[in-house]
Design a protein around this ligand. Structure first.
Ligand code: BMA
Length: 374
């Protein structure tokens, strides 16, 4: 009896780790039992990155920037600091329509090449999906109906259509492959910013259960389509509490990475608000990420037009550096909208500060990247 008690206590102390299945405690892994080796390595290395610093990412980095599009190996970040970002964001809206190019007018064939090139440089790729509205035929921002999520779930009237859309997503993801046959691991971030109500899967447009089912169904369906090189990223928009963050969480076994999308709106006048949000969110995400052994990322941020010339060091870096965040990604520098930029570019007023941000030991770019796939 005494021994039994001792053994039970020992087992509890060694293998029980609240929230994490016992077998994962010493061997953290992503959720897909068939995940490729490179994907598992990426997951483990993302968990380790915060001991070195925070990776820097830029959306559509090598596709276009201010005043250019499709120029070989060019990137606004690289022009400013001499180095590529470590993380590359890409957007596949309109892949579901079998279109040749995305909603941001980028050919999918070109995007595919750039994703493979980024992987070969040792970089990390993350993909979002501004999917059209399958019920109304409108775009991703068409929030005129509250029936959309329901309509795509099993039994819904757009379910069959939606499966064809997911098939196209699967096909594109499976085409991200090197000539050696290695599938490029992707941090896939579907149905993002769902705590807001500007996309058809947003908070006021569906119930929490419907949202969770949509996310879970997508994960399971893509696995059935033999997509095993994804790390699923959950990225709500700015929330003020842990409870709000997890209200629509699909579950630990569906989510690999905990993200947050949070922008600095309102220019200099609202900088304190942004800073406060950073501390609130990473304040509660830090212990959760540790407990669940899931990387925590700043999946989208920035301030359109960068309102302060010391924004990079004094606003962003200063406020995120204390947190174990694997990466921070800023949104795109649109080639066709001169004010719609979030990254640096030459002659832009924050460019000097961006170089200081780059030089800081805490920020990690291409040249600082350890091997992420081994
Ligand atoms: C938004 C804007 C849009 C773009 C969309 C998807 O934030 O940049 O212009 O179409 O992201 O990339």
């Amino acid at each position: 009896m005494k021994y039994q008690k001792l053994i039970t206590t020992f087992l509890l102390l060694t293998i029980c780790h609240v929230g994490v299945p016992a077998e994962r405690v010493n061997n953290p892994s992503s959720n897909d039992p068939k995940a490729t080796q490179e994907t598992i390595h990426l997951y483990r290395n993302l968990l380790k990155i915060p001991s070195k610093g925070i990776l820097f990412g830029h959306q559509d980095a090598t596709l276009y920037g201010i005043g250019w599009k499709y120029e070989k190996d060019r990137s606004d970040v690289k022009t400013v600091c001499g180095d590529y970002p470590a993380v590359y964001g890409w957007e596949i809206g309109h892949i579901e329509q079998e279109a040749a190019y995305s909603l941001d007018s980028v050919y999918f064939s070109t995007m595919r090449q750039e994703i493979i090139k980024a992987y070969k440089r040792g970089g990390i790729n993350t993909i979002s999906w501004h999917c059209d509205n399958p019920l109304t035929g409108g775009n991703t921002w068409d929030v005129s109906s509250k029936e959309v999520v329901k309509s795509v779930l099993p039994g819904g009237k757009k379910h069959a259509l939606f499966l064809t859309w997911l098939d196209r997503v699967a096909q594109f993801l499976n085409s991200l492959e090197t000539e050696k046959g290695i599938k490029v691991p992707i941090l896939f971030r579907p149905y993002h910013e769902h705590t807001g109500s500007w996309f058809w899967w947003g908070k006021n447009l569906c119930s929490a259960e419907e949202y969770k089912t949509l996310f879970q169904f997508t994960v399971e369906y893509l696995r059935k389509k033999e997509v095993h090189h994804l790390l699923y990223t959950y990225s709500p928009d700015n929330v003020s509490s842990e409870q709000a963050y997890f209200e629509r969480y699909p579950g630990d076994t569906y989510v690999d990475i905990l993200g947050i999308d949070m922008y600095h709106h309102g220019g200099k006048a609202q900088v304190q608000q942004y800073i406060n949000s950073i501390h609130t969110v990473f304040g509660f995400l830090t212990p959760v990420g540790k407990r669940l052994q899931k990387p925590v990322v700043f999946s989208e941020t920035g301030s359109e037009g960068i309102p302060m010339n010391n924004w990079w060091t004094e606003v962003l870096l200063k406020n995120i550096e204390a947190y174990p965040i694997a990466y921070v990604l800023v949104w795109r520098n649109a080639y066709d909208r001169p004010r719609h930029y979030f990254g640096p570019h030459p002659a832009e007023h924050s460019a000097t500060d961006f170089v200081r941000f780059y030089q800081n030991k805490k920020t990690l770019f291409q040249k600082d990247l350890p091997a992420m796939y081994k």
